[in-house]
Design a binder for this molecule. Structure first.
Ligand code: MG
Length: 353
């Protein structure tokens, strides 16, 4: 039998998607041409390639907001990534868009995050002359560093959606890092914000930094009284306000209704002020930052100790140090820094790691 008929059937199924959906058979393709998979579409194959990387596995020990938490219920980069993938798939499916493209981009979107969350990102941005952004690093991990320095040779659409998944602080839809070309990329960008604002509320309540009562009035009035109501409102609203994306109207774009958009932005700003920039988390973040800078300087001065698995031997020393350090999990960074005598790491209070 001809196994390729499986992929051809899957591609034929995509003809039933919205006229504005991205079809895998119409992908702009991979940098290096490859024979197609007999059993999977191009986007399904990309999703699987991302899932099987070492960088993806390391997400389980990378911080979302609370650094190397001793308690098991905090969100990690891995659980965040899975939540984003789930929210993105729900929205993509509801709008008859390509769920596989959304899932692949969601699974890869944070894969370039360094240790200690945004603190690690800030630290590396200070160390490198050209700065450091986790979304660009995600593309670098997927396209260059993984697979023994060959990259995963993903499709253009997946890489483009990952690159533009970051959001500016002022608005979930601000153009800061560019608007993804595909609707599926736009879905992932929005799903990321929906996921993190909501799970970070739970974590902040868990940490005793806020209570549900502290949330802005607009959040309780327009989004809901608890986690599941808020998530449900945000996702349902996106589907309704973006209905043109199904082919029903002339203006396909992923958007909230004005009322929910305002409430979501207010909630996000509240999280910036009360949680992301809060003194206690900030103090921990500053410490994480110092550890990352310590590690960067150490490996930039001792490039012979940089693992060849996580950097390219021909790259400039600083680039190699940044690639290596940004690939570290929180606990690995703490352990190495402690072994190297970094006082911030030696005094770290989290559960003896
Ligand atoms: Mg994210």
């Amino acid at each position: 039998m001809d196994l390729d008929q499986v992929r051809r059937r899957l591609e034929a199924n995509e003809e039933r998607l919205s006229p504005f959906a991205t079809r895998s058979s119409a992908s702009r393709g991979r940098e290096r041409p490859e024979a197609p998979s007999p059993l999977r579409t191009a986007f399904q194959r990309d999703r699987d390639r991302i899932l099987h990387t070492k960088a993806f596995r390391r997400l389980k020990h990378k911080t979302q907001v609370f650094i190397a938490p001793a308690q098991d219920h905090y969100v990690t980069r891995l659980t965040h990534t899975l939540e984003v993938a789930q929210v993105a798939r729900t929205i993509a499916r509801a709008l008859n868009l390509n769920e596989d493209l959304a899932e692949a981009a969601a699974l890869g979107h944070d894969i370039g995050h360094g240790p200690f969350g945004h603190a690690g990102e800030e630290a590396l941005a200070e160390c490198l002359p050209d700065g450091f952004r986790h979304n660009y690093q995600s593309v670098r991990v997927l396209d260059t560093l993984e697979n023994g320095g060959q990259g995963l040779n993903l499709t253009y659409e997946v890489l483009e959606a990952v690159k533009k998944s970051s959001k500016a602080r002022e608005d979930i839809f601000a153009e800061g890092w560019g608007i993804p070309e595909t609707l599926e990329g736009q879905v992932v960008k929005t799903a990321d914000a929906i996921a993190y604002v909501n799970h970070d509320i739970l974590d902040a309540v868990r940490a005793g930094i806020i209570t549900e009562d502290d949330l802005p009035d607009s959040s309780r009035r327009d989004l809901g009284q608890n986690h599941s109501e808020r998530l449900n409102t945000l996702i349902s609203d996106i589907v309704e306000a973006s209905w043109d994306a199904t082919g029903a109207g002339p203006n396909p774009a992923i958007r909230f209704s004005p009322r929910v958009h305002a409430a979501a932005n207010e909630l996000r700003e509240f999280m910036f002020q009360r949680v992301y920039l809060y003194d206690q988390t900030r103090e921990e973040a500053e410490r994480g930052k110092r550890i990352v800078i310590f590690l960067f300087r150490h490996f930039a001065a001792h490039p012979e100790s940089i693992s060849r698995d996580y950097s390219l031997p021909g790259d400039p020393i600083e680039r190699r140090a940044a690639d290596y350090v940004s690939g570290m999990t929180d606990r690995f960074a703490l352990r190495i820094a402690r072994e190297l005598g970094c006082t911030d790491a030696i005094g770290w209070k989290a559960d003896g790691r």
